[in-house]
Design a protein around this ligand. Structure first.
Ligand SMILES: Nc1ncnc2c1ncn2[C@@H]1O[C@H](COP(=O)(O)OP(=O)(O)OP(=O)(O)O)[C@@H](O)[C@H]1O
Ligand SMILES: [Mg+2]
Length: 429
């Protein structure tokens, strides 16, 4: 057998990824800028086109646009394939045919229909953060179904978009490989170059592009930076229910909208968020039942102020309903301006520990909760009302209630006893 020498020698990280792709069907690789993502992906396609046991191997490479594929990936494809005798490159179709019968074709994700009707054995989505997430479901997944093809998603973060969701979901799927390579860990970009880049970028941009932060550059993120620090301090980890302490339940109640529920425990000065739940179009008895089934030792059910509004149709309040369903004792959080609640939330979050596996939807919402930049006024808006607001509002209720309500009666009595000379056993004179 003739040996062909491809002018590519993988960097250690690229070698790790080539090996992983041989074992896993799907991979999500998050890597910093200039780490060698595109070179790695193209070389993996070339390797498969030359060595795959599948007859007439078909590989596809998607950049966010066809122009990007043509400008960057096509050069790599030609350069690294040039040692292979008998190759044919079709400039119009951005397609390389190999003498093995294998083929690698480049596409732009802005026009995925160009790839319709073909089968693929291996697909690369390079800079997936910039692609429309429907592309995978509608174009790629069906195209790899015939021959049980594989798919690699690779890129640098760009906020909490579908690339983030895919990365987080993939972590718990058995045939998916995930990895994250930050510039401070790989050493692939020399120190001087990183320092020079840092001078020209904002810290948030640098954290996104070189340290793979999903949240740093999210414009107007309200809790993003605190959550990144919590990750570094290992405050988001395995913190499940501790039966030795009671649980407080906080609500954000929606009627036709979403309802969000947080389960917390106060242990010493710290708050632990041990669990969460959200749903929509469900009645209060559904939530009462759901909470009961958890079998937590519940100390308080804490609702936002609107629970005291009387419903026109029945003349009763939702507080009365909640009480009659066994949700007691009930505490009602005072109404405060939203900015006061957000401020209280930021202070509380710094003292909070979160159970990662039970609270993923809560964490996602808190990372996303943000303000919009208003160009004309040159200010940030009030927090945007979207899917993230419900959990953020439940947390805001928690932050105000912990501060302003007497949630823990014993602690109040302890404080009282410490601050007075009162002794209930003393008799007069
Ligand atoms: N194994 C390797 N050996 C030598 N040079 C490499 C290797 N892999 C990548 N490079 C070089 O590193 C640089 C960046 O490579 P590449 O374009 O693949 O990075 P990237 O992570 O896709 O960058 P970007 O984030 O800008 O898209 C290029 O100059 C490329 O030639
Ligand atoms: Mg690239």
């Amino acid at each position: 057998m003739k040996t062909i020498k491809i002018p590519y020698s993988p960097r250690p990280q690229q070698r790790v990824l080539h090996n992983a792709l041989d074992k896993y069907r799907f991979a999500v690789c998050v890597m910093h800028r200039r780490a060698g993502k595109t070179v790695f992906a193209i070389n993996h396609l070339i390797k498969l086109a030359l060595t795959s046991k599948k007859k007439n191997f078909r590989g596809a490479f998607f950049s966010p646009t066809r122009v990007q594929s043509k400008l960057i990936a096509a050069d790599y494809l030609k350069e690294f394939s040039r040692a292979v005798p008998g190759i044919k490159y079709n400039e119009t179709e951005l397609r390389m045919d190999y003498p093995t019968g294998g083929r690698v074709q480049l596409f732009g994700a802005e026009n995925p229909d160009a790839a319709r009707g073909q089968y693929f054995d291996f697909v690369v989505c390079d800079e997936y953060a910039q692609m429309d997430s429907r592309m995978f479901a509608e174009i790629i997944r069906p195209a790899i179904a015939d021959r049980l093809g594989s798919c690699l998603f690779i890129g640098t973060p760009q906020g909490m978009n579908s690339f983030y969701d895919l990365f987080e979901d993939a972590k718990s799927l058995p045939d998916w490989y995930t990895c994250m390579f930050k510039a401070s860990e790989t050493g692939l970009v020399i120190k001087e170059e990183l320092e020079s880049a840092r001078k020209l970028m904002t810290e948030d941009q640098y954290q996104q592009e070189f340290e793979c932060s999903w949240t740093a550059n999210l414009q107007g993120a309200i809790y993003g930076k605190i959550i990144s620090k919590m990750e570094d301090d290992k405050k988001i980890s395995h913190y499940p229910y501790d039966p030795g302490y009671p649980v407080d339940v906080y609500f954000d109640l929606g009627i036709s909208d979403q309802t969000a529920i947080l389960f917390t425990q106060q242990i010493g000065r710290a708050l632990f968020i041990i669990d969460c739940y959200n749903d929509s179009n469900k009645s209060l008895d559904f939530y009462a039942d759901y909470i009961k089934k958890k079998q937590y030792n519940i100390r308080n059910y804490v609702f936002p102020h609107d629970v005291e509004q009387r419903e026109l149709s029945t003349g009763h309040t939702r507080k009365e309903y909640a009480f009659s369903m066994g949700m007691r004792p009930i505490k009602v959080c005072p109404k405060l301006p939203i900015e006061d609640g957000v401020h209280a939330g930021q202070i509380l979050l710094a003292k909070t520990y979160i159970d990662r596996s039970n609270c993923k939807p809560f964490l996602d919402a808190m990372k996303w909760y943000h303000r919009k930049w208003l160009d004309k006024q040159r200010v940030f808006s009030k927090p945007v009302h979207d899917h993230s607001s419900h959990y953020a509002d439940a947390f805001r209720t928690c932050a105000i209630a912990i501060r302003d309500l007497d949630l823990d009666e014993n602690r109040r009595l302890e404080k009282f006893a410490q601050g007075t000379d009162y002794n209930p056993l003393n008799t007069r004179n």
